[in-house]
Design a protein around this ligand. Sequence first.
Ligand code: HEM
Length: 222
Amino acid sequence: MRKFWMALSGLVMVGYLLIHMYGNLKMFAGKTATGEYAYDAYAHHLRVMGEPLLPENGLLWIVRVVLLAAILVHIWSAFTLWSRAKKASGGSRRYAHSKAIQRSYASYTMRWGGVTILLFVIYHILHFTVPVIDTAPGAASIFPRVVESFQQPLVLISYLIAMIAVGLHIRHGFWSAFATLGANTSPKSRAIWNTVAIIIALAIVLGFVAGPIAIFFGGITL
Ligand code: HEM
């Protein structure tokens, strides 16, 4: 059951990331007919979507609550699954043949990759949503903030490292999720889901890094 919750919460987050990545591609869209940055118009749209049925920021807060719940469920299932696996194996030395080493390599990268991503999300929210870590002082709105930030090598590098962690985590996690949900039934279905996992992970990573890299090399300007 815990694996089920881990898979479900992970898939919710992958869904969010696909939408967030797609939205970020608006960096390439320049300005709207009214002269506003398309990226700013999109960010504004996210805040008023669902009105008048929902109050301003209503949908945004629903998404935030669902995401926070998914993160908490994911972390809770990870912790309880590890402690259970540790107890069951009587410590990691007992089954030290190649399969176990392979498995523990995956769980090691998943664990530390997960911690890295969690730290990134905290940094990312403090960077763009709050923004306490202000890498673009005086920016009038979110698009100038993003552009001025990614013109700086350290900001770009920190995001590139985080996106590699995100890609590796999704590549393994997405496959595991479908195995948990019953897709791991034959070599053929394993191969298919493995390919799907690689495509989704690559799409997310490439979609996210495209904008910041374009900004850094001058392909996107204010
Ligand atoms: C290069 C990659 C990314 C860029 C350029 C980017 C950009 C942004 C920006 C500009 C915002 C603020 C939007 C606004 O206030 O209107 C934001 C919010 C956010 N991003 Fe990202 N993002 C990236 C990757 C990610 C990743 C990988 C994750 C998750 C693992 C993530 C999770 C979030 C979250 C949770 C928020 C807060 C949404 C909210 O509640 O307002 N982002 N992102």
